[in-house]
Design a protein around this ligand. Structure first.
Ligand code: HOZ
Length: 429
């Protein structure tokens, strides 16, 4: 057994001051039981906790750390930037540079606004879509998570699914009355909504690869169907690529599947581990944003120079296609190995992967939407999670999240992980 005495003590203290001892619910291990480990530092593919235990990290701060922890280029660039100040509340060259880099990866984005979180990005994107179309209703999918803004807290994924809070108290009915729910991967359910709300839908917002109910790839034709419905009805298609951006393909899901959304929301990777979000799209839409248009949206720390610097360094390195390809190859080796060892141990496992994101459901499968995802055995996931943690592998403390690899995960880390998985699966039967 690992010694976790210091983590346990810190958790006791934290719970007296912070709700659940954490600042974001899924960190609390509520779905898997036990105490969260408190982290002291991260280096490359590894986390070190306050008791001195080391873990190979597949959470990577929930996705942003695509180059691993404390990447030298980022640390150096940030150290220099720090000496010049932390925030100015005035424009910097870095904002334009990061905008240009993002657009090189995602040419469909012609103009972009940086904000400070994914929640802010999605919340602002629907405000803009509503203004652009002069319509109020939006369609979202059960099990998809677009941050915690009121309008999205209906049958959402991530922590909302993990803690089974389908509709959060505190969200006024009026805030969600225009949020219409469809089933992921089910075009008929989308068609029905369009049919019963003619000329009223402002936007369809979707995680083009769902990553907040575990990882669920879109079925063939699903995203194209959304593109066709929205175009035909004058609604906007919003790809929430906060998670999938740079992860399922360097150019995001829109490049991988060849579908151009009207608006894209980003976060995570474009901040290189610092707080960031962004929304962008075609000129004619983005030109509605203040100060050139009437749609108001602002932020004291938006486009923060440190976040921009970390994002610039990250994207510059990601331009080396070999780096990305190696990372994807490693994700594939992991995915295949997990499947193989689960099968050998007789553990029913549906595992999924798109690019550098992967997930696994303890079920016979197939998993294609929230209904089938939630049918998986979460107790078994919890047991697997703890067996892996004990063997030095840090996975998300919930079945309904995604795992990520970074460029710092090499052959050694992959082999150690698969060996830990092999042993862990054997103990589950
Ligand atoms: N989007 C992340 C979860 N899937 C955010 C992590 C959090 O909620 O803390």
């Amino acid at each position: 057994m690992k010694d976790n005495a210091k983590s346990r003590q810190l958790f006791v203290e934290a719970q007296q001051l912070l709700p659940g001892g954490v600042n974001s619910p899924v960190r609390a291990f509520g779905a898997v039981g036990g105490n969260p480990v408190f982290i002291e530092s991260g280096q490359g593919a590894y986390l070190r906790d306050v008791d001195g235990n080391r873990y190979i990290d597949y959470v990577l701060s929930w996705g942003p750390l695509i180059l691993g922890h404390s990447h030298k280029a980022i640390v150096q660039a940030l150290s220099k930037a720090l000496e010049r100040g932390t925030s100015y509340g005035a424009p910097t060259e870095q904002e334009t540079e990061l905008a240009r880099l993002v657009m090189e990866f995602m040419p469909g984005i012609e103009m972009i606004r940086f904000v400070t979180s994914g929640t802010e990005a999605t919340m602002s994107a629907i405000r803009l879509a509503r203004a652009f179309t002069s319509r109020d209703k939006i369609i979202k999918f059960e099990g998809c998570y677009h941050g915690h803004a009121d309008a999205f807290l209906v049958k959402a994924g991530s922590g909302v699914a993990t803690f089974d809070l389908p509709d959060s108290p505190g969200v006024p009915r009026a805030a969600v009355q225009d949020t219409l729910l469809a089933r992921y991967n089910d075009l008929d359910s989308v068609h029905e909504i369009f049919k019963s709300n003619p000329d009223q839908i402002a936007a369809v917002i979707v995680e083009p690869v769902a990553g907040n109910m575990g990882v669920i790839p879109p079925r063939d034709g699903f995203l194209q169907g959304l593109r066709d419905f929205t175009t035909a009805s004058g609604a906007l298609l919003i790809f929430d690529e906060v998670m999938t951006g740079f992860r399922v393909h360097p150019g995001g899901a829109q490049t991988l599947y060849g579908i151009e959304p009207d608006l894209t929301t980003l976060g995570k990777v474009i901040g290189g581990g610092l707080p960031v979000g962004a929304y962008g799209g075609r000129h004619e839409i983005m030109e509605m944003v203040a100060p050139i248009g009437p749609v108001y949206q602002a932020g004291t720390l938006a486009g923060n120079p440190l976040a921009m610097t970390a994002g610039i360094e990250t994207l510059k390195l990601l331009k080396q296609s070999e780096l990305w390809k190696t990372m994807e190859k490693n994700a594939q080796i992991l995915h295949d190995g997990l499947r193989r060892f689960a099968r050998r141990a007789g553990v029913p496992l549906e595992n999924t992967r798109v690019g550098t994101m992967f997930g696994f459901f303890f079920t016979e499968g197939p998993v294609q939407d929230w209904q089938t995802a939630r049918a998986s055995d979460t107790k078994r996931y919890a047991a697997f999670f703890h067996r892996m943690l004990e063997r030095g592998i840090y996975l998300a403390p919930s079945q309904f999240e995604s795992a990520f690899v970074s460029t710092a995960h090499g052959t050694n880390e992959i082999e150690l992980t698969l060996e830990a998985a092999r042993e862990s699966f054997q103990t589950l039967t």
